[in-house]
Design a protein around this ligand. Sequence first.
Ligand code: GLU
Length: 478
Amino acid sequence: MSNTQHESMSFLEGVERMVDKATLVAGLDPRTACVIKASSAVIQIKFPVRLRSGVEVFTGWWSIHSAHRLPSKGGLRYAPHVNQEETEALSALMSYKCALADIPFGGAKGGLMIEPSKYTVEELRDITHAFAGELARRGFLNPATNVPAPDMGTSAREMAWIADAYKSLFPEDLNQDACVTGKPVNRGGIPGRTEATGKGIQYALQEFFRHPDELEKTELVDGLAGQRLILQGLGNVGYHAAKFLSEEDKVKVIAIIERDGAVVNPEGLNVHDVRQHLAQTGGVRDFPGGEFHEDGAAVMTMACDILLPAALESQVSAGNAMKIQAKLIVEGANGAVTYEADEILQRRGIVMLPDLWVNAGGVTVSYFEWTRNLSHMRFGRLQRRFDELRGICYATALEEMTGKSMESRLRNEIVRGASELDLVRSGLDDTIRSAFAEIRDTMKRNPEIGDYRTAAFVIAITKLAQSYTDLGLADGGE
Ligand code: GLU
């Protein structure tokens, strides 16, 4: 049974309903909400590619939800279920996510209807080149206007192919590297981008657990260590989030749900090993470190502290929201919780950390990569050794003043100049923390807002409304 069978509205309608709800709370003119909700452009492309089996025609979309700030930014998804409406809904979420996280981009999303596992690497490269070429020739791939990134079914490899396609069409573009983000590090990428969304989820949870007044809303009070987490989806986002949380924060990953079923171990699973098993066998069945359950949907509703749906949209729906036993839901995948499920879970008092906030890490580090590409210089190149020299001065001064020598571990920490990865992580952590500070502040100032998602949407649409008002495209009241 599909997850959304009980749902009375589509994914896109659900996102729009959220905007309507936030519009009311924010006291914005409903006409402004119409301006905000409207997608700016969607292009559908059908293109033929010659493959082993003959010529095949592929269908793909690029949806620009907002272009009040450029470039419009979002992931490019390769999956067989991709369609125009899904792409539009996801592009809208990108607008709100960028606004919440203070990323100066519009929102966009791309999708290609394809089952990547059916094709050879060479074929995937040819298909990607062809799709990117079609987008670039029409102005839907460009460092200044439309910049894709990895999403479900794509990775740094596809981003490198996209950059190649763009460069061969526009070799004279000085900023060609910035036409796509999430590239391999040695091809204009930035350290820390691959794991950025997962790292951002870890930072979001760490931040949430720093606030006892927020934690009180859940029944979780004892810090992150030992919390029992169920993960749905061991893709790039879920894998990195669960790996960091289990290895660094000692969270216990008690179940991992994948396409073929779920693997469960109340003592905690080794996330890295499960991923290796998945890569080798295509599933989680027969993983030696846990018990296999055929019915992954039933495992979603098992008792746990934290549920992390990181697979696909609409996985927590009106169909299963009543049965969820988690105390906290962390929305790793875009739109993982439907509008109706959100209402049910709120009534049940289950706290949700929304996608707009918790999975903003990917686009945040994409922003850093794009900026780096435009500056043509890695972050920290100018000041790293200067900082190091200053650190040596501080440490030496302290030692001379106290007459004692410092423990070498401490000295090294003081002396060390930040690497590019240190800077990326610091910027990511700051972005996630700042967004939560804004969410908390908004909730304090508007006590009628009882949940983080509404607060996140209120912040996002208020910023968008301001942008449109500044452009004369919405009424700001004066
Ligand atoms: N696909 C990611 C997301 O949905 C990243 C988008 C980007 O980096 O532009 O947020």
